[in-house]
Design a protein around this ligand. Structure first.
Ligand code: FEO
Ligand code: CA
Ligand code: CA
Ligand code: CA
Length: 622
């Protein structure tokens, strides 16, 4: 603990220096300083023309409890929270009385990012994140006070679910007999790998080696490697830690929003591992990207520390033309950053097995976006997060590369990374030239430490935007890129200034808080929302959360699917033949809103994965 607090004060002063530097840049006009942008330049910046790829009738906004897809498509449920994954697993018990052991053999709660790995033409394995728990539905009580059994159940509902699916006509069904079926929870053994493995900041009484970590949780979105593994991204792990005794929050913990109070999940009340007053370093063992081999149910998941520690949203992977593996990553908090990792070694597609540890060695970078705030475009650069460079020295408070990675947020601030409006998913266009990232919203934009800047042009940003960038010369390891805003969400039915959004936002397709994104093989960009669904005030006319479909070559955006009450749409992948689009409905009925999705009647709402196919049998690659 002594090291910990000494470092705290050094880093605190460095961060405050970095912030003053940014304020200086703002005062000399290097960073935009207006309160918010005039609508005119947005209308000029982004145009939309009709796309041949979007050959469906757009849906109106929806406020009902029904999931609706565009005419000519059909949506069916593949699996819902609590469904059994093994022949001996109990059926879902809607009373909430089901125990931890049952939950550990069932599909976890709140499905988020997912990937589909083909096994044969008619069989595949799905790997799905179970991000968190809805306390109001998980138990047979309201979740206000938890017992030790409740905590164990909550830990079992988190993590990752792996299960085989088999084709059944136009859709798929879960095969409980699948040999690869597996649950990974907050208590599954994992190994720490890369520069932070064995580091003293990761040592605990239970694990003095700092390599044997139990579990993964708050697994938001994901990535799929070219060598056939799955990446699960640990996001809001701070909410899983608390304290049963007074715990003074350090500046480092503050930056990661780790608080020493009674946590939302209350794990610290019954599991000392999550009690900061007893095990302060345990929190450093989370906030990583974990690599899982879905083809081996006995494999030990590997936490890849070279990719840095922050609130990981997803991991968008591409293989550069020279063979280096490049991973783009967002850190989803207000004013946090966008990162890039470049593997040291190159990928050999003829020997995928040899590439299995490519994510252990390489260089992490963070993005700085230059450009005036009213231009909605500009140049940017990647800043290297390597110990000994760019001021990331021992004197600056980083003893080694592991500390740069464990405190990646602080390192990014010191070297002048651009503060962003909550980076969520990142997706690489199938032509490999352009990378898209959702910036979901940021009510703090324009406040102290988060000045308006090029890619984040609106103060008090309630609607969000999508930024994209192109590496110079199509080289993903180039240090520079060009960026522009693909869309700025808004409400054109009530505003005629910048808050109306960009030209490709209309009263017919408006939405707020873009979150999940992904491309299909034909180059359509699917946009999934996690926004305010009040349908009132600023959000009037937007309805429930939804999935839109967009063609980046024309800028056109159409509403394709609307979700049930109080859900988020998140998680997206395709079957190998591109005929099934899997999409997640997360937390329907959140906060006791009146949803009975998917079963209807007076049933308990349950997060579910939907399978969408075209009724004419055509694929999403056409
Ligand atoms: Fe789990 Fe940032 O969404
Ligand atoms: Ca989510
Ligand atoms: Ca998200
Ligand atoms: Ca979100």
């Amino acid at each position: 603990m002594t090291d910990h607090s000494a470092k705290t004060s050094k880093l605190e002063s460095l961060i405050s220096n970095a912030l003053s530097r940014r304020r200086f840049m703002q005062s000399v006009g290097l960073v935009g300083a207006g309160t918010f942008l005039a609508g005119m330049s947005i209308k000029r910046a982004i145009s939309a023309t009709q796309s041949n790829l979007l050959d469906f009738d757009a849906l109106p906004a929806n406020t009902s409890d029904k999931l609706i897809v565009a005419k000519g498509y059909r949506a069916d449920v593949l699996i819902s929270w609590g469904d059994p994954l093994f022949p001996d697993a109990p059926q879902f018990d809607p009373s909430g009385k089901g125990n931890a052991a049952a939950q550990a053999r069932q599909f976890g709660d709140n499905n988020d990012g997912m990937s589909c790995f083909p096994l044969t033409a008619d069989r595949a394995v799905m790997v799905v994140n179970n991000e968190y728990t809805n306390q109001e539905y998980l138990f047979d009580h309201d979740g206000t006070t938890l017992t030790a059994d409740d905590v164990a159940k909550s830990q079992a509902a988190h993590g990752v679910s792996i299960f085989e699916i088999v084709r059944q006509g136009e859709t798929w069904r879960v095969d409980q007999q699948g040999k690869l079926n597996r649950r990974i929870t907050a208590n599954t053994l994992m190994h720490m790998t890369g520069p932070a493995a064995g580091h003293h900041l990761l040592k605990t009484e239970a694990d003095p080696t700092a390599t044997q970590i139990l579990g993964t949780f708050n697994n938001c979105s994901n990535g799929k490697t070219p060598w056939g593994t799955y990446l699960t991204c640990e996001e809001n792990v701070n909410f899983n830690f608390g304290s049963t005794a007074p715990h003074e929050q350090s500046a480092l913990e503050k930056r990661y929003d780790i608080k020493g109070d009674k946590s939302y999940y209350q794990w610290e009340q019954h599991d000392p591992r999550f009690d900061l007053s007893k095990n302060p370093n345990e929190a450093n063992r989370f906030g990583w990207i974990v690599e899982i081999d879905p083809m081996n149910p006995d494999s030990i998941p590997l936490k890849r520390s070279a990719l840095g520690r922050f609130k990981h949203e997803n991991a968008a992977i591409t293989v550069n033309k020279d063979g280096h593996v490049v991973v783009y990553m967002g850190d989803d908090s207000r004013g946090e950053h966008i990162y890039r990792f470049i593997s040291k070694h190159t990928y050999d597609a003829t020997q995928p097995q040899k590439s299995r540890n490519l994510l252990d060695e390489g260089t992490l970078y963070v993005a700085r976006f230059n450009g005036e705030h009213d231009a909605l475009s500009g140049r940017g650069e990647w800043l290297e997060l390597t110990h000994g460079k760019n001021g990331l020295t021992t004197e600056a408070g980083f003893a080694d590369q592991a500390e740069v990675l464990i405190y990646a947020r602080q390192a990014a601030s010191i070297i002048g990374a651009t503060t962003m409006d909550r980076p969520e998913w990142i997706a690489v266009h199938p032509d490999q030239t352009t990378i898209y990232c959702t910036l979901t919203n940021n009510k703090e934009r324009g406040s102290e430490g988060q000045p308006i800047n090029g890619p984040n042009p609106l103060a008090d940003n309630r609607y969000g935007q999508i930024i994209r960038w192109r590496p110079l010369l199509n080289d993903h390891i180039a240090d520079e890129f060009e960026w522009d805003l693909y869309l700025l969400a808004g409400n054109p039915s009530i505003y005629d200034d910048a808050r109306a959004g960009s030209a490709n936002i209309t009263p017919d397709n408006m939405f707020n808080s873009p979150d999940g994104i992904g491309f299909d093989a034909a180059g359509r960009l699917w946009i999934l929302t996690d926004g305010k669904d009040s349908n009132e005030g600023k959000f009037a006319g937007m309805g429930n959360n939804q999935m839109l479909c967009s063609d980046p070559s024309t800028g056109e955006i159409k509403r394709f699917m609307t979700g049930p009450i109080a859900c988020e749409i998140t998680g997206l992948c395709f079957s190998d033949d591109n005929k099934t689009l899997f999409v997640g409905i997360q937390h329907p009925g959140e906060d006791n809103a009146s949803s009975h999705f998917p079963a209807g009647g007076d049933s308990k709402p349950r997060s579910s994965i939907m399978m969408i196919h075209r009724e004419d049998g055509r694929s999403f690659a056409e």
